[in-house]
Design a protein around this ligand. Structure first.
Ligand SMILES: NC(=O)c1ccc[n+]([C@@H]2O[C@H](COP(=O)([O-])OP(=O)(O)OC[C@H]3O[C@@H](n4cnc5c(N)ncnc54)[C@H](OP(=O)(O)O)[C@@H]3O)[C@@H](O)[C@H]2O)c1
Length: 350
């Protein structure tokens, strides 16, 4: 069945817009057509426009100009997240649906304001949390149902520091205004898949540490977590360690078995399922290699937003503002717990 493409206006033509969102739109040209751009530095907008085949008269010089273009069906904003709330206010003023990058905001105060603003409008507004659309997450859900009551989990995302990483060099990351810096910039992805699979956090006890002395703030978490379901577990996150192999895994323990997600191989993650209530009753391990699409969930998030915009239904957005609020609130609670010598902190709700 053919579909009518939506016309997309890109706000913020930095690394992620150029290397990830634009290619994902171009691969899905039956659904999307990038028609306009705006960037603070115009020369970068012009370079992006060439790649996207956007004519120069659609390279705008202000946010108001791109927002008021009647030909633009929705805005995709990829900015440092301290600008999310003010960009959202413009989108509401111009009645434009918008998808914007994670985390939802730079502070909890801004995150609350974001949710309150989106509660008052029927416009589809999404947070671009692509990890919620990873194929392994959908597959894992089927197996988690097979292992009985979930009692606990261990979740690890650790990796070596890099001196040359393309993201680390960006000035807004080096002088981070978003709470926790890299701990929320990258850490919300892990919270997103953890909570999507096992449900919301209730409270946390955590310690942070600073590995890279050049970092402004702590760059690794070691946390114990209690979920609203009653299950408990550990979450370890840090990408600034000394030489170590990247390790991304989540093991979920049930009374009738366990499910292990191994995400080290980005293109072919693996799920291992062990069924049985004890060693003696254990069935042979099941191993599934998952085909991950090469946009790493971005195409899925865009198609979900396409549906919300075309059906004018904000309620079908997977990464909606309330969900993204919870992801940031979990990071905030971990930071507060660490500041309070690891004492247990309840995760803020809205
Ligand atoms: N989902 C993911 O896996 C993922 C991965 C990477 C990044 N991201 C997100 O994508 C967004 C952009 O990140 P990036 O890595 O692409 O960073 P980037 O290359 O530094 O791009 C940032 C963009 O924001 C613009 N900008 C910066 N300060 C601004 C201001 N005061 N007013 C208006 N525009 C401003 C920059 O414009 P100039 O050209 O003028 O500097 C640039 O276009 C961030 O929210 C980040 O969290 C998500």
């Amino acid at each position: 069945m053919s579909s009518t493409p939506l016309n997309v206006g890109i706000v913020g033509t930095g690394i992620f817009a150029r290397d990830d969102h634009l290619p994902a739109y171009q691969k899905n040209s039956e659904h999307f057509n990038v028609v306009a751009v705006f960037n603070r530095t115009r020369s970068k907008a012009l370079d992006f426009a060439k790649l996207a085949n956007v004519p120069e008269d659609k390279v705008y010089s202000t946010l108001d100009d791109i927002m008021s273009d009647p030909h633009v069906d929705y805005i995709d904003a990829l900015l440092p997240v301290q600008y999310n709330v003010q960009t959202l206010q413009k989108a509401i003023e111009y009645n434009k649906p918008m998808i914007m990058e994670k985390p939802i905001a730079a502070t909890m105060e801004q995150a609350r304001e974001f949710v309150e603003l989106t509660d008052k409008t029927d416009l589809p507004i999404a947070i671009a949390e692509n990890w919620l659309n990873l194929s392994i997450v959908y597959e894992a859900k089927k197996h988690i149902q097979r292992i009985g009551k979930i009692v606990g989990f261990t979740h690890t995302f650790t990796g070596p520091n890099s001196k040359t990483g393309k993201y680390k060099a960006t000035s807004w990351r080096q002088h981070a205004e978003n709470l926790g810096g890299s701990l929320s910039d990258g850490g919300v992805h892990q919270i997103a898949i953890l909570t999507d699979l096992l449900g919301d956090f209730e409270s946390v006890s955590a310690f942070t540490t600073k590995v890279d002395t050049n970092d402004q703030m702590p760059d690794a978490f070691f946390a114990s977590i209690k979920l609203k379901s009653g299950a408990v577990g550990n979450y370890t996150y840090g990408t600034r360690f000394g030489a170590t192999k990247k390790s991304i895994s989540m093991k979920i323990y049930g009374q009738e078995g366990s499910v292990l997600l191994q995400l080290n191989n980005r293109d072919a993650p693996v799920i291992r399922v062990n069924i049985g209530d004890c060693k003696e009753n254990a069935k042979e391990e099941e191993v599934y290699t998952i085909n991950q699409d090469d946009t790493y969930g971005i195409a899925g998030e865009m198609l979900n937003f396409y549906e919300a915009v075309t059906k004018k239904n904000k309620n079908i957005i997977r990464a909606n503002p309330r969900t993204a609020f919870h992801h940031l609130a979990c990071i905030d609670a971990m930071l507060k717990s660490s500041d309070d010598n690891g004492n247990n902190v309840k995760v803020e709700t809205i």
